[in-house]
Design a protein around this ligand. Structure first.
Ligand code: XMP
Length: 335
């Protein structure tokens, strides 16, 4: 168990010694690891760090704005935001195979990131939020979709840019990264967020991805997450159990929760009219390692409220279902 202020000052010294007066580029995804890496490196070298944030149009509601508010506005980090939604949607047009979609999103991501990074001609370092489990994993076979963390060795960038890797979180486990993030001033809710896949909503819209679908899904997903956060978790308190470890709400009591867009229409009724609209599935799981998972036994009142809100507030959705499949045999994501 390490002392956080000491840890931070040691890490800061180490980064300063490593990079000297060089410039550093970091790909900010909005996820925990790259965010904590950015905050730590910024603490060490300030304006020598430039972050590149690629918005592929498959992020959650207001995510791009939140990333910019937190890093650019609050922490004063230099962030270049690239709005690449049209480019991604263009390349995804007509593609419905899940692995094909992953490949396209990964490839375009590298393309956009490298193009933007290539403009930072003085940069000597590429920083990544690689954490200890990633190091272990890439020594093994590696799981699908880790392209964002592992693609840079360091192809695609202009020939004159020979970047060295800066990975200040390489020795840390996830819970340590989170504690470090909070100590560096990142908001608790951000640092304790559920994991979000690199291809984002691209694998939560079944089949072909369209902006219209992404917009509907973002709204439904935000309602689900808001209600999970606002619903207290009634834990059975076992005597002697660590009180701090008891989740306070259903968001913290689940490991991952999200909405999935089903591009099929079903019939509904509203007022005296018949509707014919899309379906949203809710998925919430509890797991230790994401290799196996149980569906979360969410309270019926919570599910009912989320369903009502989505159907009333999201024009274009008239039916909500809850996924009660375990992993295995189902996966956590639907694609
Ligand atoms: P599955 O669906 O395989 O998901 O049960 C297990 C965990 O991995 C995440 N996941 C991904 N993460 N790129 C990622 O960065 C991907 O392509 C990808 N696919 C699944 C998923 O969200 C869950 O946490």
């Amino acid at each position: 168990d390490w002392n956080m202020p000491d840890y931070i000052s040691e890490a800061v010294e180490k980064i300063r010694a490593q990079v000297g007066t060089d410039e550093v580029i970091l790909g900010l995804s909005g996820g925990v690891d790259s965010s904590v890496a950015a905050a730590l490196i910024h603490r060490a070298i300030g304006d020598q760090l430039t972050c590149v944030f690629v918005d592929h149009g498959l992020l959650r509601l207001n995510e791009g704005k939140m990333v910019m508010d937190m890093f650019a506005n609050n922490l004063g980090v230099k962030v270049i935001r690239v709005d690449a939604e049209d480019q991604f949607m263009g390349h995804l047009k007509g593609v419905s195979d899940p692995e094909q979609k992953r490949k396209i999103i990964g490839r375009e991501f590298v393309e956009v990131f490298d193009k933007e990074s290539g403009k930072l001609v003085n940069a000597k370092w590429l920083a990544q939020g690689t954490i200890y489990p990633d190091v272990i994993e890439s020594a093994g076979k590696g799981k699908k979709g880790q392209t964002i963390k592992s693609h840079h060795n360091v192809g695609g960038l202009p020939e004159h840019m020979k970047l060295s890797l800066l990975e200040p979180l390489r020795e840390l486990f996830k819970d340590e990264v989170r504690k470090l993030g909070v100590a560096l001033g990142l908001p608790h809710d951000m640092v304790y967020r559920h994991p979000f896949p690199g291809p984002g909503l691209g694998v939560r819209i079944l089949g072909e991805v369209k902006k219209e679908y992404a917009d509907l899904l973002r709204q439904a997903d935000a309602i689900f997450i808001e209600e999970l956060r606002n619903t207290p978790y009634e834990a059975t308190i076992v005597p002697g159990f660590d009180q701090d470890a008891v989740p306070q709400n259903w968001y913290d009591a689940t490991s991952q929760a999200f909405a999935v867009f089903l591009p099929v229409k079903s019939v509904g009724v509203m007022g005296d009219g018949r509707t014919y609209e899309y379906v949203v599935a809710l998925r919430a799981v509890q797991t230790q390692d994401f290799m196996t998972a149980h569906w979360a036994h969410l309270p019926h009142a919570l599910l009912g409220k989320v369903s009502n809100r989505i159907i009333n507030e999201v024009r274009g959705i008239n039916r909500v279902v809850y996924d009660i499949s375990g992993k295995p045999p189902a996966t956590i994501e639907w694609e």
